[in-house]
Design a protein around this ligand. Structure first.
Ligand SMILES: Nc1ncnc2[nH]cnc12
Ligand SMILES: [Zn+2]
Length: 345
């Protein structure tokens, strides 16, 4: 089963590129770029103390504190390119054929790094990954929900004025950071603009927030996907609606355990999603912080739920169908899944 899971063609839809910054690369870039890490936080004493601290996050906000300090070492386009190329290399080894990755421009522009510096580096890595591995990818621009709606709108306009939505450099928008107390409707205006312009839309919802966060993301922000969405299981009517509409949930099992949304993978509503016909993909979120890349998440789900090959085919097919790539690529990837199933049947 492990070899089958490794080879099963995967699409990753929930990966924060800044969350793939390993402690090794973090310390290396801090030295190269002369960035001072906080002296008053003993976790930053060494790579091993930082790794040890990552095993004890108490909540999303506790993690986010480290996440924003960590990314402060990313300065040049080439830093972003190395970060993203390393991720693509690892994802390719895990059987990822198509990745739709989040980036947080405000977390960089807020500390003086230009939006274009970030995107230039990421695009260079995307082009190399497609050439070297045949791995296709898209960028999703996330707004930080702890910042204002005006700031989100300004970021959206900056990307728009560079033509990044119309030329396909950025496929869609997302919403991340601290969820509870920062509901999706605060950002209704920027979502309406994206909707009007035909830009893809997703939002983190129902990670820590109750199911109304999911409902409001769907109803008010008109999102096409829900990132995490695990608390959907608490609302039967909403669950039916999401299943009927084939709205993709991008679930991140190891993240949910590390951030204490659930105490173990077996407590996630994976069985309920399968039985109700909810479409979902399995993803790594911030793999350098949560102890595993996409394949580790697949293994963890298999260990907890003992799924059949047919159920894995349903997950793999749903992930492809819910992707924001073209139909030709989807057809190709669906055939690859068929071949993999045939090989292991
Ligand atoms: N799991 C997560 N939830 C919300 N915002 C994030 N930013 C990076 N990872 C996140
Ligand atoms: Zn996330």
């Amino acid at each position: 089963m492990r070899q089958f899971l490794k080879e099963l063609p995967k699409c990753e839809h929930h990966l924060h590129i800044e969350g793939s910054l390993s402690p090794e690369l973090l310390f290396q870039l801090a030295a190269t770029n002369r960035i001072k890490l906080p002296h008053d936080n003993s976790a930053f004493a060494s790579i091993s103390t930082l790794e040890a601290r990552y095993e004890h996050f108490t909540s999303l906000d506790d993690f986010l504190h480290f996440y924003y300090i960590g990314m402060s070492v990313l300065i040049t386009s080439s830093d972003f390119e190395s970060l993203a190329y390393d991720y693509f290399t690892r994802a390719h080894k895990d059987g990822v054929h198509h990745a739709e990755i989040f980036f947080d421009p405000q977390a960089h522009t807020d500390r003086g790094i230009a939006y274009n510096t970030v995107v230039t580096g990421l695009v260079a890595a995307q082009q190399r990954a497609e050439k070297d591995y045949g791995l296709t990818s898209k960028l999703i621009l996330c707004f930080l929900r702890h910042m204002t709606a005006d700031d989100a709108l300004g970021t959206y306009k900056a990307a728009s004025s560079l033509g990044h939505f119309s030329d396909g450099t950025v496929v869609g928008i997302g919403l991340d950071s601290s969820e509870v107390g920062n509901p999706p409707e605060i950002f209704r205006e920027v979502y309406a603009a994206a909707s009007e312009a035909g830009i893809r839309r997703t939002a983190h919802a129902g990670e820590e927030g109750d199911p109304t966060y999911i409902e409001r993301a769907l109803d008010i922000c008109n999102v096409e996907r829900i990132d995490h969405g695990i608390r959907l299981a608490e609302d039967g009517a909403l669950l039916k609606r999401v299943a009927k509409d084939k709205t993709l949930l991008t679930v991140c099992p190891l993240s949910n355990v590390r951030l204490r949304c659930v105490s173990k993978v077996a407590d996630l509503p994976i069985r309920k999603f399968l039985d109700s016909g909810v479409r979902f993909s399995i993803n790594s979120d911030d793999p350098a912080y949560f102890g595993g890349y996409i394949l580790d998440n697949f293994y963890a789900v298999q260990e907890a739920f003992g799924l059949s090959m047919e159920e894995w085919k349903y997950i793999a097919d749903g992930a492809i169908k819910g992707s924001w790539c073209d139909e030709e690529r989807k057809t190709f990837l669906l055939e690859k899944v068929e071949e993999c199933i045939a090989k292991y049947s």
